[in-house]
Design a protein. Structure first.
Ligand code: ADP
Length: 513
């Protein structure tokens, strides 16, 4: 025991015999060591010091306090002890003390002179601060992690109205463009701007009210006003008394994901629409083929039958019957011709290949010709024509398109009214428009069918098993629109129908055609 002075030792032992002093010395939670001022040899150590350092008391008594210091700090501790011995003032230092097993235990070491009788002594008290340091280290690590995480992290004070932000990390600043100084103190809702009608806000509001965690996706706005999609994870924080104190928010900028999802949805919608369109086109094609073949078959069968009869019986038929059969053939051919015209018009319209060729058309002459051509197909039917225009007035119109409009409207009027009832047709002018009407007193159109009447292939409930393509009105409308006009109708079931066609007297600008 090279450093120990016998007198000092005896002095301390004498004092430690005092039961109160002994109890205090042995039971205090702090580690205590006593050393001489002149010689730094350790004279006494309490059980807590022995526990921290791992030495027995006898082993410690062979060491000086500086022997417990790691090499790098030994000189410093030495100066520290000397200074306290010199001026007698108390000092505290955070250092490491080496245990018997070589472990450097972080300690907060307090050093002060100890006046015990005549002897000059130093009192070393220390605490193992490993756990405290570890806790500090952990907090620091967490702070660094939160500060450096790329997502935005915010903390809002739940005890204040409007939940002001008290912390935002760098990630928040990167995402939003607001600096911590600009954001802290503002309500945690400030990124919503005026965009307050977002359904997820209801969920967020009730989660905040009920202090429960939630995840919502919001439209938020950066400092420069640009929109970003914010996936917000909110968690409430409670204190030990269970009171709500804060809300922690984690913000993920999911703008790219939202854009990718939206563009995927758009392209899915486009391909769904393309598929639906393809399906619709296929259906149109199928209906078109079956309709055309069906509509052609009737006049063809008529032609076949009449031709066969004329060929088979020749003169035996008598002149009247022969003429009737030949007329039948002519009417059937006319029907087929019209049908073919409609079919060609429709397919060219579907392919967007229709054009307008205007020539000066005298409407008096045009309608006389039209009536004449329809008369043989509808024998015995009356078609009245009323025209308020001058007899020789002509207008720049496309005769072919006019045929498509009026042959269809007049044929329908005849087709959908009983044999004896008249059909009337009129032309007048009103406000720069030529106004045509085709009126019948037939079966009329049920209200339920009126909306879709001009759709291709649509046939109303009123017609039963009557023949028809379901194309006539669609063709009439397309032809009218090509001429820059419009078509409407007025009809009541069982009370007849009137179709109105408005065409501008002068052709519209070329770009409208
Ligand atoms: P189609 O006459 O060949 O069936 P349209 O396109 O010309 O085809 O007419 C569509 C449907 O509109 C007809 O099937 C019929 O139900 C109804 N319709 C058209 N014109 C009249 C009319 N003047 N009176 C009653 N119904 C009509």
């Amino acid at each position: 025991m090279p450093y120990m002075l016998i007198t000092e030792r005896m002095d301390i032992e004498h004092h430690l015999r005092d039961p109160v002093f002994r109890a205090l010395f042995e039971q205090t939670h702090e580690a205590v060591m006593i050393a001489g001022t002149d010689s730094p040899g350790i004279l006494e150590a309490n059980p807590r010091a022995l526990q921290i350092l791992g030495y027995s008391l006898d082993e410690l008594r062979t060491l000086a306090v500086t022997d417990l210091s790691p090499d790098s700090q030994r000189a410093f501790l030495h100066d520290f002890i000397r200074a306290t011995s010199g001026d007698g003032s108390e000092r505290t230092l955070t250092t490491r003390l080496r245990s018997k097993y070589g472990e450097a235990v972080p300690c907060e070491l307090n050093l002060r002179p100890l006046a015990l009788g005549e002897t000059g002594l130093l009192l070393f008290t220390f605490q193992d601060i490993s756990e405290r340091l570890q806790a500090l280290h952990d907090i620091e690590l967490r702070n660094v992690a939160i500060a450096n995480v790329t997502s935005g992290v915010t903390i809002a004070d739940a005890r204040q109205p409007d939940l002001p932000l008290i912390y935002v990390n760098q990630g928040f600043q990167n995402v939003t463009g607001y600096s911590a100084r600009e954001a802290v103190g503002r309500s945690c809702r400030f990124l919503q701007g005026n965009d307050r009608d977002q359904p997820p806000l209801d969920e967020l509001r009730s989660a905040l009210k009920e202090a429960r965690p939630c995840v919502v996706q919001l439209r938020n706005y950066r400092k420069d006003g640009t929109l970003f999609h914010n996936e917000l994870h909110i968690s409430p924080v409670h204190n030990e008394e269970g009171e709500l104190t804060h809300f922690v928010g984690i913000q993920l900028d999911v703008t790219e994901q939202v854009k990718a999802r939206e563009s995927l949805q758009r392209s899915e919608k486009r391909s769904r629409e393309a598929l639906a369109r393809e399906k619709e086109l296929n259906e149109i094609k199928t209906r078109f083929i079956s309709m055309v073949s069906h509509e052609f078959r009737t006049p063809m069968t008529g032609i076949q039958a009449s031709a066969a009869l004329v060929r088979r019986f020749g003169d035996k038929l008598g002149p009247e019957k022969r003429v009737r059969h030949l007329e039948n053939i002519e009417i059937s051919l006319q029907r087929m011709n019209r049908l073919l015209d409609d079919v060609l018009f429709f397919s060219r319209a579907e392919a967007d290949k229709l054009t307008v060729e205007r020539t000066d058309l005298c409407l008096h002459d045009y309608f006389s010709r039209l009536m004449e051509s329809l008369a043989p197909i509808h024998p015995g039917r009356d078609i009245h024509f009323h025209c308020t225009l001058g007899k020789s007035e002509s207008f720049p119109l496309d005769e072919h398109l006019m045929d498509h409009i009026f042959q269809n409207l007049i044929s329908n009027a005849l087709k959908y009214s009983p044999p004896g009832s008249p059909v009337s047709c009129s032309v007048s002018r009103k406000n720069g428009d030529l106004v045509f009407s085709v009126r019948d007193q037939g079966i009329g159109i049920p209200a339920t069918d009126q909306k879709r009447l001009f759709d291709a292939f649509h046939r109303a409930d009123n017609v039963g098993a009557r023949q028809g393509t379901g194309l006539g009105l669609n063709i009439a409308r397309r032809a009218t629109e090509l001429l820059g006009g419009s078509i409407t109708f007025d009809s009541q079931q069982d009370k007849g129908s009137t179709f109105f066609v408005h065409l501008p007297e002068s052709p519209p600008e070329p770009s409208d055609q």
